[in-house]
Design a binder for this molecule. Structure first.
Ligand SMILES: *Cc1c(COP(=O)(O)O)cnc(C)c1O
Length: 409
């Protein structure tokens, strides 16, 4: 039976697509045959069509023809050059503060380890129970190595850590606070400048994990006086599986901090092959081994697209998409017992929406078979990821209809 609400929600999706200034950019992404709704761009962004051509060109050109000479010609500087581009387009960071490097996990480790070393005598690290597993795990390793303790904040399931929560945990013994700007489960968007200021007032350093924020939410790392930040580039930056992550370090800390994985590529003169490690000047010192040049190519294409569109427009569409999911869930899924596990206030919501229902663990594989691809997060969350440049409202509507159908609602 088709109700009035169904007609309205379907028509609204079409209307929203019709007035969406970014709608045409969907065609820039590779089509996935059989996929009705891709709602997992927050775990793995779709590839740009241009990426295939760029990779081919690279194999024939810089790699195939340039061979080893390309290190001198461009590759040596690429981690910093692309880092600057990312800083300008996405992070709100001036030149010389961002580098593209290892995996997110490894860069988070480097940042956290360097931060605690810069606050000797302080025995505590603060993070939260809702932080991504890798963040908590690597902090457990750092704490075990140095005999530190970890204070775990416990935010509500549909929210995140607040300034007051952090202030309540701070003290003269805290060396480091490590939090996610956008929580991977609830999508709660933290008060980055507020928390950063509170951490500084207590004399500690903050590392922000931007994995679920970069490319979806406008950031202002310089203006917010952030110390260190690390993020993923295969989510909203569409870099592809295992694409190298990025690290930002405030200019004022660059000479002071020592990262723990001292490799030749981050040393002052890699080709002198000298006796002792001396860190390179600037952001190069955050590198360790040979940088993953091939993995950087897709990121460059996505940054060019984000630059042409602007992060404010991306944020506006992201908020419209998440609002539409909540509108649909309130009208059509709540009666079947589905609960919203993300903030209702768009100002503190990132670019995904988590919906909870005890049947979702069983239903998600069945949805995937039908070409509807969200993901599942324990204990009972269906995560609807809304990558602004590659997702249409009609696609979201089709995906949510399949969810409703699977629930028998
Ligand atoms: C995706 C994600 C990571 C991923 O780390 P990898 O080293 O790339 O596997 C880390 N932290 C957060 C918050 C994430 O969302």
């Amino acid at each position: 039976m088709t109700s009035r609400v169904d007609v309205d929600l379907a028509a609204r999706a079409l209307d929203l697509d019709a007035v969406d200034p970014l709608a045409a950019h969907r065609d820039a992404f590779v089509d996935a045959p059989g996929v009705v709704a891709y709602l997992d761009g927050n775990s793995l962004g779709r590839p740009l069509r241009a990426t295939a051509a760029r990779l081919q060109e690279f194999v024939a050109g810089e790699w195939g023809s340039g061979l080893i000479r390309s290190w001198e010609r461009s590759w040596m500087d690429e981690p910093m050059r692309l880092g600057d581009e990312l800083g300008r387009v996405v992070l709100g960071a001036g030149e010389g503060r961002t580098v593209i490097g290892d995996s997110t996990t490894v860069l988070l480790y480097k940042a956290a380890r360097a931060a605690v070393a810069a606050r000797p005598g302080r025995g505590r690290i603060v993070t939260d129970t809702a932080n991504f597993p890798t963040d908590r795990f690597l902090l457990q390793g750092v704490a075990a190595e140095l005999g530190l303790t970890i204070t775990l904040l416990e935010p509500p399931a549909d929210g995140g850590v607040t300034v007051a929560d952090v202030e309540g945990a701070l003290g003269e013994d805290v060396a480091l606070v490590l939090l996610s700007a956008v929580a991977f489960r609830s999508a709660h968007l933290a008060d980055v400048p507020g928390i950063t200021a509170a951490v500084h007032a207590a004399g500690a350093l903050v590392v922000w994990d931007l994995s679920h924020a970069a490319g979806a939410v406008p950031l202002a790392l310089d203006a917010d006086d952030v110390d260190l930040a690390v993020g993923c580039s295969y989510k909203y930056l569409n870099g592809g599986p295992g694409a190298p992550a990025f690290l930002y370090c405030a200019e004022r800390l660059q000479d002071e901090l020592r990262q723990p994985v001292q490799g030749w590529m981050g040393s002052a003169e890699p080709f002198v092959m000298g006796e002792r490690y001396e860190p390179a000047a600037g952001m190069r010192r955050w590198l360790s081994g040979t940088p993953p040049i091939v993995g950087m190519l897709p990121i460059a294409g996505m940054l060019a697209l984000l630059d042409s569109v602007g992060m404010d427009a991306v944020r506006a569409k992201s908020q419209a998409l998440t609002a539409y999911v909540i509108e649909y869930a309130d009208a059509r899924l709540a009666p079947a017992g589905v609960r919203l596990a993300s903030p209702r206030d768009p100002a503190v919501r990132g670019s995904h929406v988590t919906l909870d229902h005890p049947d979702f663990e069983a239903l998600v594989p069945r949805l995937q078979e039908r070409g509807v691809i969200p993901d599942f997060r324990r204990p009972d969350g269906l995560r609807v990821g809304l990558s602004p440049l590659s997702t249409s409202f009609a696609e979201v509507h089709a995906g949510l209809e399949a969810v409703r159908d699977a629930l028998g609602a």
